[in-house]
Design a binder for this molecule. Structure first.
Ligand SMILES: Cc1cc2nc3c(=O)[nH]c(=O)nc-3n(C[C@H](O)[C@H](O)[C@H](O)COP(=O)(O)OP(=O)(O)OC[C@H]3O[C@@H](n4cnc5c(N)ncnc54)[C@H](O)[C@@H]3O)c2cc1C
Length: 513
C-alpha cells in the first residue's frame, strides 16, 4: 500500500468514487460495535466478514462496565443485561485449592453497570451483528474477504473477494481493520506486532452442567505448576474450563481424546456433574501491540491492534474501547468539525491505555503459569510476602487516559452515569457530543457563543441536571473548579475555573496541525 501522511491525503487528486465513509474489515465484536457506533452518527458504513456466521469457538466470556456503557450507546445493553451472570470476583488458589489472594468484584461502578459480568459469546456476537444490520446507513456483507487496500484519490480502494470467487471493490474515505490477530489491514499499513515474550498454549472447554448443579459466582485461578487452570462460571448452566497445555500435549491429540478430557474435567471440577462438553478450542496466549495503528485514513482496532492473555477478560473490552475512542473522532472529521490531526489522538490515547492492561494481564499470566523451579519459587516468595505484595502483583484497575491534546488538567477519568430504574440513563440525556458543565453563568464568558454556534456538543448548567441523576449531581458538586468538559466517549477532557480555558483547549485539540 502506498504510504502517505495525513496532511497529504487532503490534497490528493480524486481518482476514485467514495462509496462509503468507512469500510470496516471484520465483523467480530469490535467490527460490529464500531459499525453501529459510526452508523448511528450518520456515517455510511460498508462492513464485511470473510465468514458467513459468527466465530463458533469458545473465546470471550467477560465484559466490564465500560463495555456495557458502550453497548448502551448502540442500544444493546438492555437485552444483554438479562443474559449476563454477575462475577463476584476471582480467587487465586494453590495446587491444593487453598486461597492465596482474592479480588472482589465491583458491583457499583462509575458507569452504573456491574464491574464484571460473564456472557455467552454466540448470543453476544449475534446481538452485536443484529444491531449493526439495523442501521440504514450500514451495509454488511458476509463471506467477503478483503485482500488488499490501495490509495484512491481522497480515500482507499478496498479489494475483496466473495466466496464464489467474484471480485468486489469499493472506495471508502476511511478503512478500519477489525480483522483480528492475523490482520490483513495491519499488514497493509506495514505494521509489525511487538510481542511481550509471554507465550503459552491453553485448551478451552465450555461445559453444560447437570440440571440443578450450583457453582460459586467467582472465577478461580488455579496456580498449580502441574496444570494451571482458570475456572469461570458462565450464564445459565454453562461453565468454562481453561487449562494450560503441558509439555508434549497438542491440541490435535488432546481435544479428541475423550478419556483424557474427562479425567481433566474431573480433576478441575471434582464432584461437579456435567451434561456435556459443548465446545472446545486451543489458543496460544500472547501479549503485544501493533507497531503502528494508523496510516493516513487506515486504522487497526481490537485484536488487529493488540492482544493479551485473557486472564483479566480485557482483550475484547479493550477493542470496544478502541471503537468508542475512534468513532466520534471520525465523525467530527467527516463533518468538518475537526482537522485530520484529531485522528492521531486515537493511537496516542489508546496505546498506553491498552499497554498497561496488557502488562497487568501478562503479570497475572506469569504468576498463574509459573512452571520452572525459579518461577514457582518467585511465586512462593510473593505469596509469603503477604497481601500487599500480592496486590501489587495481581491487582488491576482500569487506567485513566493520559494527558494529551484532548485530555487536560483534571481530565482522563470517566464521567459517572446514573441509570434510573425505568428512566433515561444520564449518558443518553446528555447526548452524543461534548458536554460543557458549568456551575454558574459567570464562568461562561465569551466561550458560550462557540458552544451555541458549533455542532460539537452542548452546555449544561449544573442546576439543570435532573434530580434523577444523583451521581452526576454529586460529581458536579464535588468538582474542584466550576467548569468541566466531557468528551463524547464520556472521558473528562478537563476541569477549570472558566469555560474559555477548556474551550480553547478543545478548539486547539480539534484543529491543531
Ligand atoms: C480463550 C480466550 C478467552 C477470552 N476471554 C475474553 C474475555 O473474557 N473478555 C474479553 O474482553 N476478551 C477476551 N478474549 C479476547 C477476545 O476474544 C478478543 O479480544 C476479541 O474476540 C477480539 O475481537 P475482534 O473483533 O478484534 O477480533 P475477532 O473476534 O478475531 O474478529 C475478527 C473478524 O475479522 C474477520 N476477518 C479476518 N480477516 C478478514 C479479512 N481479510 N476480510 C474480512 N474479514 C476478515 C474474521 O472472520 C473475524 O470475524 C479472550 C480470548 C481468548 C482466546
Amino acid at each position: 500500500m502506498q504510504r502517505t501522511h495525513a496532511e497529504d491525503d487532503r490534497g490528493a487528486a480524486g481518482d476514485g468514487r467514495v462509496t462509503a465513509d468507512v469500510a470496516v474489515v471484520g465483523l467480530g465484536p469490535v467490527g460490529a460495535v464500531v459499525t453501529s457506533l459510526l452508523a448511528r452518527r450518520g456515517l455510511s458504513v460498508w462492513a464485511c466478514d470473510r465468514e458467513l456466521d459468527i466465530f463458533p469457538l469458545p473465546r470471550a466470556a467477560h465484559i466490564d462496565h465500560m463495555g456495557l456503557r458502550v453497548l448502551q450507546e448502540i442500544g444493546c445493553a438492555g437485552d444483554l443485561l438479562s443474559e449476563l451472570r454477575a462475577n463476584e470476583g476471582s480467587v487465586f488458589v494453590d495446587a491444593d485449592r487453598r486461597p492465596l489472594y482474592t479480588i472482589g468484584a465491583n458491583a457499583e461502578t462509575v458507569s452504573g453497570y456491574p464491574g464484571s459480568s460473564y456472557f455467552h459469546q454466540p448470543y453476544f456476537d449475534r446481538l452485536l451483528r443484529r444491531s449493526a444490520e439495523g442501521y440504514d446507513t450500514a451495509r454488511l456483507e458476509l463471506g467477503v474477504e478483503v485482500e488488499a487496500i490501495e490509495r484512491a484519490g481522497d480515500g482507499y480502494r478496498v479489494r475483496a473477494r466473495r466466496r464464489d470467487g467474484s471480485a468486489l471493490d469499493l472506495v471508502a474515505r476511511f478503512v478500519l481493520g477489525c480483522d483480528g490477530v492475523n490482520s490483513t489491514v495491519r499488514a497493509a499499513i506495514g505494521a509489525d506486532r511487538v510481542l511481550s515474550g509471554f507465550e503459552e498454549d491453553w485448551f478451552i472447554f465450555d461445559l453444560v452442567l447437570g440440571e440443578g448443579v450450583v457453582t460459586d459466582d467467582i472465577a478461580v485461578q488455579v496456580c498449580d505448576r502441574r496444570r494451571p487452570m482458570t475456572l469461570l462460571p458462565m450464564p445459565g448452566r454453562r461453565y468454562r474450563l481453561e487449562c494450560q497445555a503441558m509439555p508434549g500435549e497438542t491440541a490435535e491429540a488432546m481435544l479428541r481424546d475423550e478419556a483424557w478430557r474427562d479425567a481433566l474435567i474431573a480433576h478441575a471440577l471434582p464432584g461437579v456433574r456435567y451434561e456435556r462438553v459443548e465446545r472446545t478450542a486451543s489458543y496460544t496466549f500472547q501479549g503485544g501491540v501493533a507497531s503502528r495503528w494508523r496510516d493516513g485514513g487506515v486504522f487497526v482496532l481490537g485484536d488487529a491492534a493488540h492482544v493479551m492473555p485473557p486472564f483479566l477478560g480485557q482483550g475484547m473490552c479493550s477493542g470496544i474501547r478502541d471503537a468508542a475512542n475512534l468513532a466520534w473522532k471520525l465523525d467530527l472529521v467527516r463533518r468538518g468539525e475537526a482537522g485530520d490531526f484529531v485522528l492521531d489522538t486515537y493511537e496516542a490515547e489508546r496505546r498506553p491505555h491498552v499497554s498497561s492492561i496488557i502488562d497487568a494481564a501478562v503479570r497475572l499470566g506469569r504468576f498463574i503459569c509459573a512452571s520452572t523451579d525459579d518461577e514457582v519459587e518467585g511465586r512462593r516468595r510473593v505469596v509469603a510476602a503477604g497481601e500487599e505484595a500480592l496486590g501489587a502483583r495481581l491487582g488491576f484497575r482500569l487506567p485513566a487516559l493520559e494527558p494529551g491534546p484532548l485530555v487536560s488538567s483534571g481530565g482522563g477519568k470517566l464521567l459517572p452515569q446514573d441509570i434510573p430504574a425505568g428512566g433515561v440513563p444520564s449518558d443518553e440525556w446528555l447526548g452524543s457530543g461534548f458536554v460543557a458543565f458549568v456551575r454558574d453563568d459567570g464562568t461562561i464568558g465569551g466561550a458560550g457563543a462557540w458552544w451555541e454556534r458549533t455542532g460539537v456538543g452542548r452546555m449544561v448548567r449544573a442546576a439543570d441536571v435532573p434530580g434523577a441523576y444523583p451521581k452526576l449531581r454529586a460529581w458536579l458538586d464535588a468538582l474542584p473548579a466550576p467548569v468541566a468538559v466531557v468528551r463524547p466517549d464520556r472521558y473528562v477532557l478537563g476541569i477549570a475555573d472558566r469555560l474559555e480555558v477548556l474551550t480553547d483547549q478543545l478548539v486547539a485539540g480539534l484543529e491543531s496541525r
